[in-house]
Write a protein that binds this ligand. Structure first.
Ligand SMILES: *Cc1c(COP(=O)(O)O)cnc(C)c1O
Length: 356
C-alpha cells in the first residue's frame, strides 16, 4: 500500500501552468520569477519551471535557495524576503539577487560582497499601500543616492508587493506610480533598472485589463503556477489546472458515534471550548493527519464528507453515506495555506508524478 498521508505533485500539470503563464504574460512583455516558497524550493518543481521558460527562481528562505543551487539548477536565484543582518554571509553565497529595504543591511551586503570579490544585485522594494515591506516613495531618491555609492552592490531593479498584508489591490494607478519612480531613478542616476517588478499572482486582473503595462516588466508568481488562480478573488485562470497538488490521507478509525461530545466540557487541545450541534448518530471517520501537518481549513474533500475538526494529528469527519472503512484513502484539494503547510511538514510524504 502506498504511504499516507502523502501529497501527490503532478509535475505535468505544473509544467502546463508554467508554460501557459510564461506565454500569457509574455504577450505584453512581462517576464516572470518563479516563486518556490510554497514548495520549499523543491528542485523537482524548480526544474520544471526552468524547463518551461522561467530563468529566475525566487524564494523567501536562503535554505531553499541553497537547496536549488546545490541541486545544480542553472537560474538566477532571488531572495524574496529582505535579508536579516544575521544571515548576510549565506545571502551572498546563495542569492544572486535580493530584495531590500534597509540601508544598514545593504551596507553589510556590500562588505560581504567585496570580501568575496563579487557583485551582489539588489531590487529595492517600495511601499505603495499594502504596508508590508518597502521604503516610502518620498525617501526613495535619497535612499538610492546612498546605495549607488556602495561598492559590490548593483541596483538592478525596483519592486512593489500587493495583496499580502493589507489586501491592497495592484491597479493602473499603482502601476503608473511605480513606473514613474522607475523613470525618476533611470534619469537621475543613469541606472538602467532592468527589473520593474509590479507584484505577484494578485496582478492578474490588472494585467488582463491593462492596455499599457507602463514600465512594469516583471511579476513574481507562486500561487498562479501551483494552483492555477489569481489571488485577489481566487478566480481560476482560464486553461490552468487547479489540482496539480492533492493530499491523500488514510482512514484510521471508522465508527458510528454520537455527534455531541458528552461529559463535562472544558478546553480542547488548542485552548478552545468547542461548540457542537446535536445532529444525532453519525458515521464518523478519523484520518491520520492533523494541525501539525496541515492548515485543515484549507482542505476540500473530493467526496461528499465533512470535516468536523482536528487535533495535532487526528482529523475527525462526518463520513455521511460514503461507506469509508479503515485503510481507505481520502483525497483533498488544497488552497495555498494547505499547500504551504503540507510541503513544510516532514510527516507528509512527497510523491511526484510526470503524467497528466
Ligand atoms: C510570496 C511572494 C510572492 C509570490 O506570491 P504569489 O501570490 O504566490 O504569487 C511574490 N513576491 C513576494 C515578495 C513574496 O513574498
Amino acid at each position: 500500500m502506498a504511504c499516507a498521508p502523502r501529497i501527490e505533485i503532478n509535475l505535468a500539470k505544473i509544467a502546463h501552468n508554467a508554460a501557459a503563464l510564461v506565454a500569457l504574460y509574455g504577450i505584453k512583455n512581462i517576464g516572470l520569477m518563479g516563486v518556490t516558497k510554497a514548495v520549499c524550493g523543491a528542485p523537482e518543481v524548480a526544474k520544471v519551471l526552468l524547463d518551461e521558460g522561467f530563468s529566475m527562481l525566487a524564494d523567501s528562505k536562503v535554505v531553499n535557495l541553497k537547496k536549488m543551487k546545490e541541486a545544480g539548477l542553472k537560474a538566477d536565484l532571488v531572495l524574496l524576503r529582505a535579508p536579516a543582518l544575521s544571515e548576510i554571509d549565506t545571502v551572498i553565497k546563495y542569492a544572486d539577487i535580493s530584495l531590500n529595504t534597509e540601508l544598514s543591511v545593504i551596507e553589510k551586503l556590500s562588505e560581504e560582497a567585496l570580501k568575496n570579490h563579487l557583485v551582489h544585485k539588489i531590487i529595492v522594494m517600495i511601499e505603495m499601500g499594502d504596508l508590508r515591506e518597502g521604503i516610502m516613495p518620498a525617501t526613495l531618491e535619497t535612499f538610492i543616492e546612498k546605495v549607488v555609492k556602495l561598492e559590490g552592490i548593483k541596483i538592478v531593479g525596483i519592486g512593489v508587493n500587493f495583496a499580502c498584508f493589507g489586501g491592497v489591490k495592484p491597479n493602473n494607478a499603482k502601476m503608473n506610480e511605480l513606473s514613474l519612480l522607475a523613470t525618476m531613478i533611470q534619469t537621475k542616476f543613469a541606472l538602467p533598472l532592468s527589473i520593474v517588478s509590479g507584484g505577484n499572482s494578485a496582478n492578474y486582473n490588472w494585467f488582463i485589463n491593462a492596455t499599457d503595462v507602463t514600465k512594469v516588466n516583471n511579476l513574481r508568481l507562486g500561487e498562479s503556477i501551483y494552483l492555477g488562480r489569481e489571488t485577489l478573488n481566487r478566480q481560476v485562470i482560464p486553461g490552468l489546472y487547479t489540482d496539480a497538488f492533492t493530499l491523500i490521507t488514510e482512514v484510521i478509525e471508522a465508527k458510528i458515534k454520537p455527534s455531541m461530545p458528552y461529559g463535562e466540557i472544558g478546553q480542547n487541545a488548542f485552548g478552545e471550548v468547542p461548540e457542537f450541534r446535536d445532529r444525532g448518530i453519525m458515521n464518523r471517520i478519523i484520518l491520520g493527519i492533523g494541525k501539525q501537518d496541515v492548515l485543515v481549513s484549507g482542505l476540500t474533500p473530493l467526496l461528499d464528507i465533512e470535516i468536523l475538526g482536528s487535533s495535532s494529528d487526528h482529523m475527525v469527519l462526518n463520513a455521511k453515506e460514503s461507506k469509508l472503512q479503515v485503510g481507505d484513502e481520502v483525497t483533498f484539494n488544497l488552497n495555498y495555506g494547505a499547500l504551504l503547510s503540507i510541503m513544510t511538514s516532514p510527516y507528509v510524504y512527497k510523491k511526484y508524478s510526470h503524467a497528466l
